[in-house]
Design a protein around this ligand. Sequence first.
Ligand code: NOJ
Length: 411
Amino acid sequence: MTQKFPDGFLWGTATAAHQVEGGNTASDLWLMEMMKDSLFAEPSGDACDHYHLYPSDIALLKALGFGVYRFSIEWARVEPEEGFFSQAALDHYRRMIAACLANGIVPMVTFHHFTAPLWFTRDGGWEDAKSVDRFARYCERAGQALGDLIAYACTINEANIPIMVTMIREAVGVAGSGRREAALAEAARLCGGLPGRFAPYLSGNGHATAPNLIAAHRKSYEVLKPLVRGDVGITLSLNEFQAEPGGEGLRDMADHAINGQFLESLKGDDFIGVQTYTRVRFTKDGVRPPRDGVELTQMNYEFYPEALEACIRQAATVSHCPVIVTENGIGTEDDSRRIEYTRRALQGCLRAIADGIDLRGYIHWSMLDNFEWLEGYRPKFGLIEVDRATQLRNPKPSAYWLGGVARRNEI
Ligand code: NOJ
């Protein structure tokens, strides 16, 4: 039996600048990837050379049947030194957005997706309260240059992930933290920063960064709203938090710190971007790893596509904003599992819509196999395979399948 999505439902795929563009040399992570004893499995290097290949990539998305492309503009390119804004970089992104529009693709632009300019991270990153004004100033300049063409703007990608990573680090204890601290101190030394001040987004202290990230979103929303032609929102990393008997207290505490405080701060935004990959189960003592024999993805997450429906419901209920799924997907070498995962996730979307939730779109992570941060290029999240030697693109069966779903607006 086929089931229809509402008219005008958005269908897209997503990427992020650092993960696909290549050569992001003014960024904080470039330094951390290239240094001796790096925490990264391998450097991002040329990535998918999307910085140059975006015209054919966007045309391919169109040919496959998608209607939206979510990508990020790179702060480290736009403002490589504090106060210097690169007109060339802004022109590049304007051409990119124009290429979307010329192909009939709706552009959704993220202003911060994990990476930042080295000067920013060297000087405390998001741990420093100056981050709020620094980010708003960049948004203002980029918004002035690009906003008239932007249909959807996401201020900060997964603004709650630093606190999540920090709380996991605290729960798991100090294992591995010596290596992390040594890498941060070495990075600080290499860029002439003070030890203890070098704070990349995902390695910073989430307790210190959370209030600044919330304030930065509020301020950048106000800055971008008059500059952007369309809607402005934020995206959050929402896993379904479940409790085993006795684990409710811990679950609720973690849920408030990681999800609730962010969702509650969003009232009045144009949309909330939901990004879901799996569920997390709490006992009274902590997080329970997936049971033996349960299917795991390449990220060691439980294969659990039903989490998306729960997270859409939570986001809608707590934030009162319209919802767009801005990321959902799976790291796997077995593309048939990607189709199964996505089909089940979409069935959950339909159930939420049937219950009256204002769900406006589904954007799959990711368009391309790309640089999965610390894990390097091993995890395969792409609908489209990328030959790392030749940069040739090869759409997988899942790309044709999801493109067909998009075209017909039904599963
Ligand atoms: C969320 C992040 O936004 C994205 O950068 C990452 O690659 C995917 N999840 C998959 O882990």
